[in-house]
Design a protein around this ligand. Structure first.
Ligand code: ZN
Length: 248
């Protein structure tokens, strides 16, 4: 298989100047749809980086990766955070929202998988919390990169989904759930995540996003809603070299 080309991976443009950082969101064109672990790492050209393996379960658990032992185990979790260099965090999605995080001053990285269930359980809030509580980051120093996800144009949901948010006390106002042109309820995953990230203290200027809808752009992206269940996924990834801090 040919290595993933630069053109086939989407990136946060404002992160280009962060020293030693590798990040991105793979696409249908990356040739990585079915790859995991070392195979994915090698395809991305990150052979010297050690992948953290997550078994994503639509929960809100985020693991702190602080040593080799943490990296070796497969964790039932929907996110990871680490201060370690050459530690490759990856999230698999095909409609759900991938969230990447970095504190450039401390070299701490994070990644989370945020579908409606995880967002209703406040996984975006949890991502900020673990960076603060385990790695001493300040919310105002955390940069967030949101990857491609299904957007409200294509994300029809039932009233039962909104009720889950309400029952958990998770923000669910009319900027998050609203009727579409067909009168059916829509969910804006990104707005829901951004609300939580801002409430957790991340400044609006620290939020960046790849603003593509997975269902609208099935030429480029995988969408479970559009295509049905299948093995192919996009991968959000983030890792860094052993670089002198701060990174910017
Ligand atoms: Zn769409």
């Amino acid at each position: 298989m040919a290595p993933a080309t630069k053109q086939s991976i989407l990136r946060i443009p404002s992160w280009a100047g962060i020293k030693g950082l590798y990040h991105g969101f793979t696409t249908r064109r990356s040739g990585t749809g079915r790859l995991v672990g070392n195979a994915l790492r090698d395809h991305l050209g990150l052979n010297r980086h050690r992948p953290v393996l997550l078994n994503q379960v639509h929960g809100n658990r985020i693991v702190a990766v602080q040593g080799a032992r943490d990296r070796a185990r497969i964790r039932q979790a929907d996110g990871a955070a680490t201060p370690l260099p050459r530690t490759l965090l990856t999230i698999r999605t095909a409609d759900c929202l991938p969230i990447l995080a970095i504190d450039p001053g401390k070299g701490v990285l994070g990644a989370a998988h945020a579908g409606w269930r995880g967002i209703s359980l406040r996984i975006p809030t949890q991502l900020v919390r673990i960076l603060v509580s385990r790695f001493d980051c300040r919310p105002s120093d955390i940069l967030i990169g949101l990857g491609p996800a299904i957007k409200a144009c294509c994300y029809r949901v039932g009233e039962d989904v909104r009720k889950v948010f309400v029952s958990r006390g998770t923000p669910s106002d009319s900027s998050i759930f609203f009727p579409g042109p067909d009168g059916q309820l829509r969910l804006d995953l990104k707005s829901a995540a951004i609300r939580q990230l801002r409430d957790a203290g991340v400044p609006p200027g620290n939020l960046a996003s790849v603003d593509l809808c997975t269902a609208c752009r099935s030429d480029l992206l995988f969408s479970r809603r559009r295509e049905g269940p299948g093995p192919d996924r996009m991968h959000a990834f983030i890792t860094r070299e052993e670089t002198r801090l701060p990174l910017v």
